[in-house]
Design a protein around this ligand. Structure first.
Ligand code: GLA
Length: 431
């Protein structure tokens, strides 16, 4: 499966191969569309009021902090049912993930019947969802959680189910009537002569007109400046795979050192300037717990997503998690970094691209999150200096966010031994 569209500002994007998630092979949808990635846009969105993760603030800002939840695709592909989703909602509560801030239960592709009903309404696959989506949304809401669905700006989804092209208003009204809280909107099978920005804008407007606050998650596999005012989050790369190479590749596209995003029109190191309350770069869903990486690598994946203020959308089987997976996903010290109300996306501040220092300004005077990240095959020492963070204090209190240990007041700098492919994550506050 190849993308049909030429991508300005960074060359052609090709998506690789067949899907392995849940044994489902993507079919029926050609990826495509041509759009030019534009220059800098001042992304709007005021922060305000108290919020829970990714929800609506008291002042009505959708996704005032990066959305947190779960999505079916990475683990289950098209093998999704009402029973499975209810079990995941139950597990989100019983595992402590809800208490840690996770909120959305998002059903990805293949929830739909293979065609619309005779009135043109989108309908769920009745074999998989015999109770309908309203009943499932009611169940999810009864747990204090929110329900997300998936559609596509083209005529078919990436797995060949009906897309929303020309049905945007009808579908948005249907979702609102079911009680849907979040829509992921994909980029397969564009209609002949259609325009990507127009298609996404049409659904964005239809959701706003639906009368229900619905988070709009743009899945166009690349950054386009119009996305920052069209949805609350947008994918910045192709589909994540459950391996180190995929994780680090998406990390580099979203926030690291790559030629693509050190382009002068984005500024170095890239997309961080577009993140803020109500609008987030999305390096794709988490693979934590799916088995293709070590626990150490999953800690790094989670830590780097958090320091980039990324959406934290778990992609594993929440009903069957190892203790290590659960500990990683529910690390409230790291989640607090992701959810910091300033909404600043952290960036790499080291010149080294193998023994890296990442920093994120947090709310509070001289408060920073720091990730010391070792991409090499051997453990190594990595040092962060307070001046490199932009701090004027010569001393700082330091907390280790994985050992949950206060390390006391430390002068000038901190050095940690970081395991291969691992991370040491700190909160540093000038004192
Ligand atoms: C695309 C998206 C994925 C997933 C699949 C479903 O590949 O990028 O995240 O939604 O479609 O078919």
């Amino acid at each position: 499966m190849a993308t049909g569209g030429s991508m300005a500002n960074g060359g052609n994007l090709t998506t690789g191969g067949s899907k392995t998630a849940g044994g489902t092979t993507s079919s029926g949808g050609s990826k495509g569309g041509t759009s030019a990635a534009g220059g800098a846009t001042s992304a709007g969105g005021a922060n305000g009021g108290s919020t829970s993760a990714g929800g609506t603030t008291s002042t009505g800002v959708l996704a005032a902090t990066p959305p947190m939840g779960w999505n079916s695709w990475n683990k289950f592909g098209g093998s999704i049912t009402d029973t499975l989703v209810r079990g995941i909602a139950d597990a989100m509560v019983s595992s402590g993930m809800q208490a840690a801030g996770y909120q959305f239960i998002n059903i990805d592709d293949m929830w739909q019947a293979s065609s619309r009903d005779s009135s043109g309404n989108i309908v769920p696959d009745s074999g998989k969802f015999p109770n309908g989506m309203k009943a499932l949304a009611d169940y999810v809401h009864s747990k204090g959680l929110k329900l997300g669905l998936y559609s596509d700006r083209g005529t078919k989804t990436c797995s060949g189910r009906p897309g929303s092209y020309s049905y945007e208003t009808k579908d948005a009204q249907t979702y609102a009537s079911w009680g849907v809280d979040y829509l992921k909107y994909d980029n397969c099978s564009p209609a002949a002569g259609s325009n990507m920005q127009t298609d996404y804008t049409n659904m964005s407007n239809a959701l706003k007109a639906s009368g229900r606050p619905i988070v709009f998650s743009i899945c166009a596999w690349w950054f386009y400046s119009w996305e920052t005012t069209t949805g609350q989050l947008w994918r910045t790369g192709t589909d994540i795979k459950d391996n180190w190479a995929s994780f680090t590749s998406l990390l580099d596209k979203n926030g690291g050192w790559t030629s693509r995003y050190t382009d002068a029109s984005y500024g170095s190191p890239g997309l961080a300037q577009y993140a803020g309350p109500g609008h987030w770069n999305d390096p794709d869903m988490l693979e934590v717990g799916n088995g293709g990486m070590t626990d150490t690598e999953y800690q790094s994946h989670f830590s780097l997503w958090a320091i980039m203020a990324s959406p934290l959308i778990a992609g594993n089987d929440l009903a069957n998690m190892s203790a290590s997976t659960k500990n990683t996903l529910t690390n409230t010290d790291v989640i607090a970094v992701d959810q910091d109300p300033l909404g600043i996306q952290g960036k790499p501040i080291s010149t080294s691209t193998t023994l890296e220092v990442w920093s994120k300004k947090l709310s509070g005077t001289e408060a920073y999150a720091v990730a010391l990240f070792n991409r090499t095959a051997a453990s190594a020492s990595i040092t962060v200096t307070w001046t490199s963070l932009g701090m004027t204090s010569t001393s700082a209190t330091v907390r280790d966010l994985w050992s949950h240990t206060d390390l006391g007041s430390i002068a000038t700098q901190y050095t940690a031994t970081v395991p291969s492919h691992g991370v040491v994550m700190l909160k540093v506050v000038g004192s």
